[in-house]
Design a binder for this molecule. Structure first.
Ligand SMILES: Cc1ncc(COP(=O)(O)O)c(C=O)c1O
Length: 477
């Protein structure tokens, strides 16, 4: 599909040389023919009006009209009375033109997709975000359009520090906040700073961090060392046996098992970091969405001297915003600020101010309340559907976030079940693939329901139960 440019004068890169001796009209015609032949102008694409193009190039309108008429006669352009001149579709389809865009991929999972790690994109607060951006553009001083402080807009850092002190019990002022392009960039910056400080191994939860995370460690020049997770979270005794001096954890809702790091483990982990001169990197993952248990404050609030806390709006608002932050002990702030400056000179300033506006106005909290209600309803739908279709199966990891672990009957072939489900239009994701060294206790599915509507959850669960019965009719599901 060609892009449908709005307005009467979409720009067109044509250069007219008044000193080269070639006629103005022939220069214009040649360049437009070339642009169409090589695909720079696509079939169906609208051209600027003759008036606009003449004005932009400093030519007479009559000359441009003659040029358009000539190219129309040659079959390069089409026009109908009262509508814009466009590139003829047949003309653009030359052998040397780029291949046409592939048709849109069919819906991957027609019945249900239990993919995880994404919020419901239908809930993205479009109105609130548009309002906040408008407010910023209306009220911000001209200086807001300049390069900003590489570590983030001071107003957002103030607002974030106050917000996180209030809702996550972090112990930090605005000067310890660095605004980043999502948690992904925050982690990369921290790892590079730690590597430069001589830390050569990062421990991570197993199951847990995916290749993009361990890849960041390797890119920073560190070894990535898996450490098992049990029902209380990261096994600190096992961490102790590794040479790592940095560890990445998800204490609020472990990814992917969903366990919450137990109180005694928190204390052991902090003691480990202080003894070893190590650093705990806390991915404060899923902290916004918690259901039937009291909130657990961030680890950073317990040990601000040795914890770096990472946060993001990817789950709370939308991943596309690419806004996140890190909170670090003072000794790391200088190198982190230098790293951020080198990486990109700072995250987009207006978006940062919009986020600050959203949080200050209370709209951020209001959105979270709405989203929490919706996810809680989906969680209930999931539990109810399992109670109907597969009452014997155990579900864990549902205290927070929007994914659950479904424990399958012993002996179920995870990969085979996933393949069979795919054929029936249901997207499933297994736990075995999320393990590195540790082995899961049995076959399990990680059921994400963040972006899965209630009706799809019901249909998907019924399909899973049906497949399990077919695979093993004697099994209790
Ligand atoms: C464990 C974990 N933490 C955090 C995030 C969010 O990362 P980002 O802020 O870069 O979108 C993700 C994204 O999937 C994740 O899997």
């Amino acid at each position: 599909m060609p892009v449908e440019w709005a307005g009467s004068g979409p720009e067109l890169l044509v250069t007219i040389d008044r000193h080269c001796g070639a006629g103005l009209r022939s220069q214009l015609e040649d360049q437009m023919r070339d642009a169409i032949r090589c695909g720079r102008l696509a079939g169906g694409e609208r051209l600027p009006s003759s008036r606009e193009l003449a004005r932009a190039l400093g030519l007479s309108r009559g000359l441009v009209q003659d040029c358009y008429a000539q190219l129309q006669a040659e079959g390069y352009l089409t026009s109908r009375p009262g509508s814009a001149t466009r590139v003829a579709t047949a003309a653009a389809a030359r052998p040397d033109a780029p291949p046409p865009a592939a048709p849109p991929a069919p819906a991957r999972h027609a019945v249900a997709d239990f993919r995880h790690g994404v919020p419901d994109l239908r809930l993205a607060p479009r109105e609130d975000w548009a309002w906040a951006i408008r407010e910023v553009c209306r009220t911000a001083p001209n200086s807001a359009f300049d390069y900003g402080d590489p570590i983030g807009e001071p107003r957002l850092r103030e607002v974030l520090a106050a917000y996180l002190r209030r809702v996550r019990a972090v112990a930090a002022g605005a000067d310890q906040v660095v605004v980043c392009t999502g948690m992904a960039q925050a982690l990369g910056l921290v790892l590079r700073v730690l590597a430069a400080d001589g830390i050569d191994a990062l421990a991570f939860e197993d199951p847990g961090a995916g290749v993009s995370t361990t890849g960041q460690a390797v890119a920073a020049g560190m070894a990535a060392v898996p450490v098992p997770v049990d029902a209380d979270g990261l096994d600190v005794a096992a961490l102790e046996r590794t040479p790592a001096r940095a560890v990445l954890v998800t204490p609020a809702h472990q990814w992917p098992t969903g366990v919450v790091l137990a109180g005694h483990r928190r204390q052991e982990l902090i003691a480990w970091a202080r003894r070893r001169g190590g650093v705990i990197i806390e991915d404060d993952y899923d902290a916004e969405f918690r259901y039937d248990r009291d909130p657990v404050g961030s680890l950073q609030g317990l040990a601000p001297d040795c914890v770096v806390s990472l946060g993001t709006v990817s789950k709370a608002l939308a991943p596309a915003l690419r806004l996140g932050w890190l909170i670090a002990p003072e000794r790391l702030l200088g190198p982190l600020a230098r790293g951020k400056l080198i990486a990109d000179r700072g995250s987009p300033g207006l978006d940062q101010l919009a986020l600050a506006t959203l949080i200050e106005s209370g709209r951020y909290d209001r959105h979270l309340r709405r989203a929490r209600t919706e996810y809680a309803a989906r969680r209930e739908t999931l539990l109810a559907a399992l109670a109907v279709h597969a009452p014997a199966l155990r579900v864990t990891g549902l205290a927070a976030g929007f994914h659950a672990i479904l424990h399958l009957p012993a002996g179920t072939d995870e990969d085979e079940l996933i393949e069979q489900a795919r054929r029936r239009g249901v997207g499933l994701y297994g736990m075995a693939r999320m393990h590195r060294v540790a082995r899961p206790a049995g076959p399990q599915l990680v059921l994400g329901f963040g972006d899965t509507p209630k009706r799809a959850i019901e249909a998907g669960v019924a399909a899973i139960a049906g497949l399990l019965r077919e695979a093993s009719p004697l099994h209790d599901t």
